[in-house]
Design a protein around this ligand. Structure first.
Ligand code: FES
Length: 159
């Protein structure tokens, strides 16, 4: 996977400069960087650590602790499939296998056309209505294989 994708370094440095004096600034900084760049470039970790006067290990620890934060570039759309307990009881693993086959990539992978990145998530707050998925900012409940197909087709612009 390419971790050398160019990103707007000036924008990232501006985020750090803008927020570094705020108590508890690390999480907001990481959120903002991911919002601008799409992921947290590993090369920016030293600048975050220096800006907040904490160790690189601390920054890295927070990035890896939260599944939300990505360390690699992602495709145009991020597809997250809930694989927590309640969704498992409602068939999310079969849906996950179907998603991998349809998209042609594994979890944490991106499709060849760079359209979709497939990710696992643990609970989307739709436990009674699983399997649940999220595509970008949109939540979907009771997702069958057929519903998944049509959601992906819609994102591809195929109706
Ligand atoms: S377990 Fe899947 S939404 Fe909660």
């Amino acid at each position: 996977m390419n971790t050398q994708t160019p990103f707007d370094l000036a924008a990232v440095e501006a985020i750090i400069a803008q927020r570094k004096a705020t108590p508890g600034a690390l999480l907001p900084i990481l959120h903002d960087i991911q919002g601008v760049v799409g992921y947290i470039p590993p090369s920016i970790v030293p600048a975050i650590a220096e800006g907040l006067n904490i160790s690189r290990a601390e920054v890295h620890g927070v990035i890896t602790y939260y599944h939300f934060f990505r360390q690699h570039p992602v495709g145009e759309h991020v597809v997250q499939i809930c694989r927590a307990e309640a969704c498992q009881a409602r068939g999310c693993e079969a849906l996950a296998d179907h998603a991998k086959e349809l998209l042609g990539c594994d979890f944490h992978g991106t499709t060849d056309d760079n359209k979709f990145t497939l990710q696992t998530v643990y609970c989307l707050g739709q436990c009674a209505s699983g399997p649940a998925i999220q595509i970008d900012d949109d939540l979907y409940a009771r997702v069958s294989k057929e519903k998944f197909n049509s959601l992906i087709q819609a994102k591809r612009g195929v109706q």
